[in-house]
Design a binder for this molecule. Structure first.
Ligand SMILES: *[C@@H]1O[C@H](CO)[C@@H](O)[C@H](O)[C@H]1NC(C)=O
Ligand SMILES: *[C@@H]1O[C@H](CO)[C@@H](O)[C@H](O)[C@H]1NC(C)=O
Ligand SMILES: *[C@@H]1O[C@H](CO)[C@@H](O)[C@H](O)[C@H]1NC(C)=O
Ligand SMILES: *[C@@H]1O[C@H](CO)[C@@H](O)[C@H](O)[C@H]1NC(C)=O
Ligand SMILES: *[C@@H]1O[C@H](CO)[C@@H](O)[C@H](O)[C@H]1NC(C)=O
Ligand SMILES: *[C@@H]1O[C@H](CO)[C@@H](O)[C@H](O)[C@H]1NC(C)=O
Ligand SMILES: *[C@@H]1O[C@H](CO)[C@@H](O)[C@H](O)[C@H]1NC(C)=O
Ligand SMILES: *[C@@H]1O[C@H](CO)[C@@H](O)[C@H](O)[C@H]1NC(C)=O
Ligand SMILES: *[C@@H]1O[C@H](CO)[C@@H](O)[C@H](O)[C@H]1NC(C)=O
Ligand SMILES: *[C@@H]1O[C@H](CO)[C@@H](O)[C@H](O)[C@H]1NC(C)=O
Length: 871
């Protein structure tokens, strides 16, 4: 080791130079960070970035330095940053990793990131970015390997230059507003490991078959991206896939069978497409291994080679909402890692793989709405992890397996609408985690247990063969439906204290006797009570009148006697049925209404003071009182006077009337192709066809052709005298705008018929009237007997209605030019057709025709038709 003084000097000098440059470097990095903080308006989260603190800037929030003190990494995720990205950020010359995800950073993509020449990792996800990506994105980010823009509002085409960023390993563009075509050129990115394009509104198109060349891909996420056509066969080359998600597209055809041999595949999501064909999972232990399953013993026979095979890692398989047919392959039951299997809403037949649950920590099985037969796999809870079984709506047989009674985490048991028989294993009723048990519509028998699982909120066993007495439970259950069984004995007297939170109680169609306990009134959450078709006697407890949320009460076909308590008149029933009992006396006011036309049939002792179907009038019973008789005389006189005046008017106006009914006087403006004339409309406006009337006019249900089903609703709008010409013009132009709207969630205005002193608006007829009636069942309207009985809506229907109404409004607000504002959205303006599709009505046009001081008294009957644009 020869060392000369010169060399020593030189190395000393270079050391000094180095430390000097390091010094200046560190002081500029600190300055830059402070500058960035300042440019960002000093966010609270960057409080540690302070000149005053003694700690090194390398210890500041989110900052990582290399050994020489240059900043290489900035991680400012979820720091409440709301300002634009400052250009000063690229003065951090060594910055290679920038994560600004989960902030509220606005603006367009920052092109100056090209100055961050060492950037390899960029995460801008979950911010407020908008606009298009720069077309030269490959030049802006030349060294990028991880590029994440998920959850922003980027729009437009994905730039083709991305195809040149071949160093990319992760590309996340999901959950944006990209609306161009599916980027084919991404297939050039052969180093890609992760690709996410999901949740963008690409123009509908095929999945590029070129993606088959992305053979290193482990993660593909292209859900909800308007994909059409088939899954390309080339995809069988993507053998490294761990997660494969093409759910919620419109893919059809079958799954390329090669996919079933991806040995790394853990998560397969293809639900909600139109895929067909069979699920062809082969024997996961290898195609060549001989494994036979002896179904009679529910056991594997033969040896299982564990060393090789396919789908050894598959944990989640979601293929629901497709049209898969054929049988579920037995092989699925052998997958060693399977935890969650969802195959609901397909056309699957045959039995469930009988080994399901035996070989994997399965926790969830959802196969409802198929045509599956056979039994629930006996060992479904073999590993003790099983939590939820949903096999409803199949044609399965056998009994509920004993093993479910020894399944500590079982939480949900839905087996309704099958053909299950036998008794429910006693152990099931002791699984304390159970919250939902739905077993309706089977042939299950036996008695109910003496106590219920402590977390049970819903028990539905309607239409089975359960028998015995109803036990006195102490339970926080919300829904108890046990109708259509063979239960006997009394209603438990402790019902209200034992099950205080009950919302729904259905004990109908059993052989229950005794009286209704009067304490039932303290069930203050009960909204539905059905005790019909039993042998219940005694009086209706007055306490029912104090049940605040009760909307549906069915006590029909029992042996109830006495008067209907007047308190019942205070309850706002959607549905009330007290028919076929021995009730007597006067129907209490409040429910003594034609709205409850079908509610009191076959109670010979009852009487009504209005004329309700099948109920005799109280007058004829009690005799007409003195006062009433006077009233009748007075009424008679008045009617006589009216007739005389009417006759006089008729004679005087004969000529004019003739003119008015002359079809030539009616002017028809149509907005759709019509196969009826104004004549058939005017002819149909008879008293029998009147379905509603209110402040602004009457609504008629008019049949316009001999074919059944061609029915329209006609609204006759009163106009007080002639309209001013200005008003008339306004009305006409509004009608034209609204007549031109064609949207499936807006009531179709077919045409407008006007005469000098009348306006007829002709709409499509809505079979199911308004949402309002289904929700609140107004008791103070008078309707014709054509009215459908109001029942209650199930939740899927409610959701469908809500979505429909929202679509209608969205269309009016965003897709009409000019936009139209409703100004009076309420349930009575949401009409329902025969399939319960929601259509928005009453944009208030009728109001144009009324004087401003006229009260709006259009009743909620059969819809208050009419439209109006924003004023
Ligand atoms: C931070 O401190 C340095 C010296 O330690 C000083 O030169 C600089 O002006 C200070 N910057 C601010 C913004 O106070
Ligand atoms: C960062 O802070 C830790 C203690 O919090 C300290 O030990 C370390 O020396 C600091 N590093 C720098 C570079 O200042
Ligand atoms: C961001 O804001 C939320 C709500 O104001 C607050 O709870 C959270 O602590 C803030 N986070 C930071 C890092 O300041
Ligand atoms: C992003 O788009 C959504 C839906 O179009 C919109 O609701 C949201 O306000 C937009 N956000 C920004 C920051 O533009
Ligand atoms: C980044 O890319 C440029 C130009 O392509 C190249 O000169 C430079 O070496 C790259 N830097 C890194 C760290 O890869
Ligand atoms: C994509 O969205 C932008 C912004 O909303 C719009 O201007 C453009 O016309 C859309 N392009 C296509 C092809 O729909
Ligand atoms: C994709 O790669 C091919 C061959 O390397 C090349 O010709 C083509 O231009 C590339 N496409 C894009 C969009 O970069
Ligand atoms: C896939 O990755 C390996 C290394 O993990 C690499 O050698 C190979 O070139 C990659 N394949 C492609 C097509 O880029
Ligand atoms: C499936 O196909 C049917 C008929 O071809 C179509 O009505 C339906 O919308 C499709 N569903 C999806 C999710 O694409
Ligand atoms: C699946 O079943 C439904 C209802 O049973 C039927 O309408 C449909 O055509 C079937 N689809 C296929 C592909 O078999």
């Amino acid at each position: 080791m020869a060392s000369s003084p010169l060399l020593l000097l030189l190395s000393l000098l270079s050391l000094v130079a180095l430390s000097l440059s390091q010094q200046t470097q560190t002081s500029t990095e600190r300055q830059t960070l402070l500058q960035i903080k300042d440019d960002w308006d000093n966010p609270v989260a960057l409080a540690s970035w302070s000149n005053s603190t003694s700690s090194s800037y390398c210890n500041w929030t989110g900052v990582t330095c290399s050994t020489d003190g240059s900043v290489t990494k900035l991680v400012l995720s979820t720091e409440n940053i709301t300002g634009d990205i400052p250009p000063s950020i690229c003065q951090l010359k060594s910055l290679s990793h920038l994560d600004l995800s989960y902030n509220e950073i606005p603006g367009s993509f920052p092109p100056f990131l090209s100055n961050c020449s060492n950037l390899q990792y960029l995460d801008l996800s979950n911010n407020w970015f908008v606009g298009e990506l720069p077309s030269n994105i490959d030049m802006v980010l030349p060294n990028i390997t991880y590029f994440c823009l998920s959850d922003n509002n980027f729009t437009g085409e994905i730039p083709t230059s991305i195809g040149k960023m071949t160093q990319l390993q992760s590309l996340w563009l999901d959950n944006n507003l990209f609306n161009g075509t599916m980027p084919r050129f991404i297939s050039n990115l052969t180093n890609l490991l992760q690709l996410a394009l999901a949740w963008n509104s690409f123009t509908p198109g095929q999945l590029p078959e070129e993606y088959g060349s992305l053979t290193n891909l482990t993660y593909m996420f292209i859900a909800k991206a308007n994909l059409e056509g088939e899954i390309p066969d080339s995809f069988i080359k993507l053998t490294q896939l761990v997660q494969f998600d093409l759910s919620q597209n419109s893919l059809k055809g079958s799954i390329p069978s090669g996919i079933w041999s991806f040995s790394n595949l853990k998560y397969l999501y293809l639900y909600d497409n139109n895929l067909t064909g069979e699920i062809t999972i082969n024997n996961p232990f290898g195609a060549n291994s001989l494994v036979e399953i002896d179904l009679t013993k529910n056991q594997l026979t033969g040896s299982i080679p564990k060393s090789f095979g396919t789908l050894q890692n598959l944990s989640i398989l979601f293929l629901s909402y497709n049209q898969f047919s054929g049988e579920i392959p037995e092989g699925i039951g052998l997958l060693p890692k399977l935890t969650d299997l969802r195959l609901f809403y397909n056309n699957l037949t045959g039995t469930l793989p009988q080994e399901l649950g035996k070989h994997s920590p399965l926790w969830n099985l959802e196969v409802f709405n198929n045509t599956l037969s056979g039994a629930i796999p006996a060992n479904i809870c073999y590993n003790g992890s099983f939590t939820s079984l949903s096999v409803q709506n199949n044609i399965m047989t056998g009994s509920i397996p004993q093993s479910l009674g020894n399944c500590p985490h079982l939480n949900n048991l839905q087996v309704d609408n099958n053909r299950f028989t036998g008794e429910v294993p006693a152990g099931v009723w002791q699984v304390q985690n159970l919250t939902t048990v739905v077993m309706s519509n089977n042939m299950l028998s036996g008695e109910l247990p003496s106590s219920l699982p402590s977390n049970l909120t819903r028990l539905e066993i309607v239409n089975n063969r359960f028998s015995g007495n109803l036990p006195s439970y102490s339970s926080l259950i919300l829904v108890f439906k046990a109708g259509g069984n063979n239960f006997t004995g009394d209603i438990p007297s402790n019902l209200s204290t034992g099950m205080p939170l009950l919302q729904t109680l259905d004990l109908s169609e059993n052989s229950i006797s005794g009286e209704i306990p009067s304490s039932i009134g303290s069930l203050q959450s009960l909204s539905m009570l059905n005790l019909s078709h039993n042998k219940i006697s005694g009086e209706i407890p007055a306490s029912i009148g104090s049940m605040l949320v009760l909307t549906s009460l069915d006590l029909s076909s029992n042996k109830l006697s006495g008067e209907i308590p007047s308190a019942l008149g205070n309850v706002k029933f959607n549905f009330l049925n007290l028919s076929s009992n021995d009730l007597s006396g006067k129907i209490p006011s409040g429910i003594d209404s034609t709205a409850y036309d079908e509610s009191f049939l076959l109670n010979p002792g009852l009487c009504s003071s209005v004329s309700i179907n099948g109920v005799s009038s109280c007058r004829s019973k009690d005799g007409i009182s003195h006062g009433l008789r006077n009233l009748f005389i007075a009424l008679g006189v008045i009617i006589l006077v009216i007739i005389v005046i009417f006759a006089l008017c008729l004679m005087r106006d004969y000529h004019r009337k003739k003119d008015a009914s002359d079809p030539a006087m009616w002017k028809l403006t149509s907005f759709h192709r019509l196969d009826f004339t104004e004549n058939s409309i005017v002819r149909g406006m008879t008293k029998e066809n009147l379905v509603g009337s209110g402040g602004s006019g009457q609504v008629y249900r008019v049949s316009v052709s001999t074919r059944a089903g061609d029915v329209v609703a006609v609204k006759n709008i009163y106009s007080k005298g002639k309209l001013g010409t200005k008003l008339e013009r306004e009305f006409d132009s509004e009608v034209k705008i609204l007549g031109s709207i064609r949207h499936s969630n807006i009531v179709k205005l077919l045409c407008c018929i006007s005469s000098p002193d009348s306006k007829l608006l002709v709409y499509e007829y809505m079979e199911n009237s308004s949402l309002d009636k289904w929700l609140h069942g107004k008791s103070n309207f008078t309707v014709g007997s054509t009215e459908a009985p109001i029942g209650s809506l199930d939740w899927p229907t409610r959701l469908q209605i809500a979505i429909g109404a929202a679509r209608g409004l969205y269309y009016m607000h965003h897709e009409c030019a000019p936009p139209i504002v409703h100004r009076d959205v309420k349930s009575s303006n949401i009409l329902l057709d025969s399939e319960f599709n929601a259509k928005i009505a009453d944009f208030g046009l009728a109001r144009l025709l009324m004087k401003p001081d006229e009260p709006e008294t259009v009743s909620a009957v059969a819809g208050s038709f009419g439209y109006m644009a924003p004023g």
